[in-house]
Design a protein around this ligand. Structure first.
Ligand SMILES: Cc1ncc(COP(=O)(O)O)c(C=O)c1O
Length: 426
C-alpha cells in the first residue's frame, strides 16, 4: 500500500525543509489522528514553514470529536511501569492496548483486514465474516461487523473465559465453542470448524488472522510508527507476546527498518511450539501440552510469525504471568489481561541483560475485565495453586522449597500426562 506519510515526506523534501522536520510533521499528523492524505493538498499549496504547519494542525484537531468509534482505534499510550519494575534497570514502558475501543490490540488488525478485504472486493455488507479466535479478535471483529453491516461467526476454544464469550455475544456475534485440547488438524478444532463453516455458509469470508499477512501489516502501519514516534527513536528493546505473531512481526519490521539494533523479544508459553521452532526449525509435538494464558503461544506455525526478526524468545509460566498481572493492577493501577502479565514476566526474566540507559517497550495486549473469573478471582487462583504466600516472592523462592518443588511437579505432570495416556492407551 502506498504510504501517504511517504508522499508527505517527499513534499517536505521538495520544499527544502529538513528531512527530520518532515518526519516530525508526519508523526505529528499521526499523533493528532489526522490522515496525512487529507491535508496533503493543503500542504502543497500553503506550506511556508514548519511552525505554520504545526499551528494549522493544532487548530485542526483541538476537539475530540470522531467520525465514529472506529476512528479511535490505535494511538494507545506508553505508560512508565516504574513501581512494578523498580528493581529493573532501564526505562520500562507498557504500550497499553486496552485503550483501544475494543480494549485490545486486535482492533487494529480487525479494522485493517476488513477494510483491505473490502478494497479488494472480497466482501460487501450483508456477507458473513468467520474467524477462529481466542476472543479478542472476535470482539473487535464483532464491533466492526456491527458498524459496517456484516454478520459475524466466531469459533473459540473452550479455554476462553465465560466473560469473553458473553462479550462476543453482546456485540452480536454468533459463537461456536470448540474443544481446546485437540490437534489443530482435528475436525473438531476451532481452526477446522471455522474453515468448515466458511465452506458451508454462502457469501462468507474466513478472515484467517494466523495466515493473512494483513494481520502483521496492520501493526507495521500503526503500532510500529507509534512506538518509534513516542519514544523519539530511543527504544532499545521491544517485548511482545506471540500468538498469531502479528503484533510482534509487524511492529518489529517497522522498528528494525528504523534501527536494526533494536532487540526484539518474543514471549511464548510453556506448552507452545513457537520457541522450539525458532531455535531448531522443527515442529516438535513433544513440546505441546495445555497451558492457561489466553492468546499467547501456538500449536501451529502461523504465517504471521516473522521468526527471522526475533532476537530472543522467552518462555513464561501460567502462574508467574497471573501473579504479574495482579501486581500491575495493585501497583500501577493498570488492570490488564493475562498475557500482559506474561509480557511483564518476560521483562523480569530478561532483567539481567538490561542496562540503565535501555528503553524497553512492552506490548500489553488487552484489558483485565475479560479475566475476572480467572486471574482476578482468588478461588480460581487457589484452585490452580497460583496464589502467592507471604513468604513466596517471585524468583526469590528457594529451589528446594516445598512450594517450588510442588510447582515443578505440576508442570511435569501436565507435560507428560499425554504420553502416559497414549502409552497406556487410556
Ligand atoms: C490476549 C492476547 N494476548 C496476546 C495475543 C498475541 O498477539 P498476536 O496474535 O498478535 O501474536 C493475543 C492474540 O490472540 C491475545 O488475544
Amino acid at each position: 500500500m502506498a504510504s501517504p506519510s511517504k508522499k508527505l515526506t517527499d513534499v517536505f523534501q521538495n520544499s527544502h525543509i529538513l528531512r527530520e522536520e518532515a518526519k516530525t510533521c508526519v508523526y505529528f499528523c499521526i499523533w493528532k489522528k489526522l490522515c496525512p492524505e487529507k491535508i496533503f493538498n493543503y500542504l502543497t499549496c500553503n506550506l511556508n514553514s514548519l511552525s505554520q504547519l504545526v499551528t494549522f494542525l493544532a487548530n485542526k484537531e483541538t476537539t475530540m470529536v470522531y467520525e465514529n468509534v472506529l476512528a479511535t482505534i490505535g494511538n494507545t499510550p506508553l505508560i512508565r511501569l516504574d513501581r512494578v519494575c523498580k528493581e529493573i534497570p532501564g526505562t520500562i514502558l507498557g504500550k497499553i492496548e486496552a485503550f483501544n475501543p475494543g480494549h485490545s490490540a486486535k482492533d487494529r488488525i480487525a479494522l485493517f483486514m476488513v477494510e483491505n478485504a473490502e478494497k479488494q472486493g472480497k466482501i460487501k455488507p450483508g456477507d458473513t465474516i468467520i474467524e477462529a479466535t481466542s476472543g479478542n479478535t472476535g470482539f473487535s471483529l464483532a464491533m466492526i461487523c456491527g458498524m459496517k453491516g456484516y454478520k459475524c461467526v466466531l469459533t473459540v476454544t473452550s479455554k476462553a473465559s465465560q466473560e469473553k464469550l458473553a462479550l462476543l455475544r453482546s456485540m452480536g456475534a454468533e459463537v461456536v465453542v470448540c474443544p481446546a485440547d485437540v490437534a489443530p488438524n482435528d475436525p473438531r478444532s476451532y481452526y477446522s470448524q471455522a474453515e468448515q463453516l466458511a465452506c458451508d455458509t454462502p457469501n462468507s469470508y474466513y478472515l484467517g488472522q494466523n495466515y493473512d499477512l494483513d494481520n502483521s501489516n496492520a501493526h507495521y502501519h500503526t503500532t510500529g510508527p507509534e512506538i518509534w514516534r513516542d519514544t523519539e527513536g530511543k527504544i532499545t528493546h521491544f517485548i511482545c507476546c506471540v500468538g498469531t505473531g502479528g503484533s510482534l512481526s509487524g511492529t518489529a519490521r517497522y522498528l528494525k527498518e528504523q534501527n536494526p539494533a533494536i532487540q526484539i523479544i518474543g514471549i511464548d508459553a510453556y506448552g507452545s511450539i513457537l520457541k522450539k521452532y525458532w531455535e531448531t526449525g522443527t515442529y516438535d509435538v513433544a513440546e505441546i501440552y495445555p497451558w492457561k494464558v489466553e492468546g499467547l503461544g501456538k500449536t501451529i506455525i502461523p504465517e504471521n510469525v516473522a521468526f527471522e526478526l526475533i532476537d530472543d524468545f522467552v518462555k513464561v509460566t501460567d502462574r508467574n504471568s497471573a501473579v504479574r498481572a495482579r501486581q500491575m493492577a495493585l501497583k500501577e493501577g493498570l488492570m490488564l489481561g493475562y498475557s500482559s502479565g506474561a509480557a511483564l514476566e518476560g521483562v523480569f526474566k530478561l532483567r539481567k541483560h538490561l542496562k540503565p540507559e535501555d528503553v524497553v517497550v512492552v506490548l500489553m495486549p488487552d484489558h483485565g475485565s475479560r479475566y475476572l473469573g480467572k486471574i482476578y478471582n482468588d478461588d480460581w487462583m487457589n484452585q490452580q495453586g497460583f496464589l502467592p504466600t507471604p513468604t513466596d516472592e517471585l524468583h526469590q523462592t528457594s529451589p528446594y522449597s516445598y512450594q517450588h518443588l510442588k510447582r515443578i511437579y505440576k508442570v511435569y505432570r501436565r507435560k507428560y500426562s499425554r504420553y502416559i495416556r497414549q502409552t497406556l492407551k487410556i
